[in-house]
Design a protein around this ligand. Sequence first.
Ligand code: SF4
Length: 434
Amino acid sequence: MIDSSILQDKKAAYFTLGCKLNFAETSTIGQNLKAYGVQTVQKGQQADICIINTCSVTEVADQKCRQAIRRLVRSHPHALVIVTGCYAQLQPQQISEMPGVDLVFGTDRKGDIIPAIMQKLSEHSEYTDHSSSFPFFPSCSHGDRTRYFLKVQDGCNYFCTYCTIPLARGRSRNGSIQSLVEQARNVAQEGGREIVITGVNIGDFGRTTGETFLQLIQQLDQVEGIDRYRISSIEPNLLTDEIIDFCAHSRHFMPHFHIPLQSGSDHVLQLMHRRYDTALFRHRIEHIKQLMPHCFIGVDVIVGTRGETAEHFEESRQFIQSLPISQLHVFSYSERPGTRALQIPHIVSPQEKHERSQQLLALSDEKLRQFYTAHIGQTRPVLIEHAPRTKPMHGFTDNYIRVEIPNTPALAGNIQNVTLGDFTTTGDALTGIL
Ligand code: SF4
């Protein structure tokens, strides 16, 4: 039996031709799908499911139906396309041969549409629901004795078109706030000073327990003994203004965010099925900088995804350049079997990918240098990490600037106010003056 939760959070587009009865029937299908958690697509969004209810009263009507099908297939290239109604009843063969059409139902089978959608989605590997077969395994590891990584969430329900993580790791799930707070207390007892909150899509925290990410960080902030929290990476649509406001005024959350942008072109973001546009991304960055002008912001970008023309890349590069961010993490797109991105026709050559990647890496260096340079002469708290006796010691400021200090074993594991000097000879840190 197919789990109906496969429909949860899907978006559907509806298009009706013909008589009032058709309109009424489309509305019924829409209401039934809504009961399973399917939302109606909004202007500018990509649909996961398209339903076209056709009419066949004249040859002109048939023609309009074919045009509408072609238009919807073009506008929603990754959607499951279902055609029903009179034209589908009379010419099922003709319609099923149209590119992009997945299912055809005559008027006598409209009642079968929803089970067939569930069936089709579950056959489609990208949508396979792994939630029941992947339990949440709590995990808290430490890099050295100062910084711990607390996994609060696993899996992802987003299905970005280039990504296989939902296939590999299953649906979004999480530990309870109570259990995670307990783990944070254990870290404090072991002498840990800093916790990095990790997961696959951590802003989606709460699918299992009905809690929210904001509630989680509010509770963690109260744990005695943990001086610093960092949020590892959070989707821009889920990094709400409330979360930013809380971090800005919290006791222990550091002025440091890592946010995946992936592309600064709205067209490419749509092809990727990302859930935000560049306007929202800019708003998030500006909101952070307004409240925390010294905040470090790292941003992920993918270059050379299918569909990213030279113009889209340039648009993306200019968008990124205009943002007050601190560093880029640049990834070259690679083809992954089973992903919907493989259906996008335009392919970027390896050489072009390399060139784009080099351009963004140079931009990242420039941004990071600017960020570091602006802090020279400031005094900031640094959590000093353990190091072999013969080597200089390192640590990070609250806002994630890497600092090098002379080897002083007594300081290992301590938070020390350090005045920031110029760049070290390696150029990847500032020299710290104790
Ligand atoms: S890119 Fe991130 S949000 Fe998108 S499907 Fe993969 S894990 Fe989920």
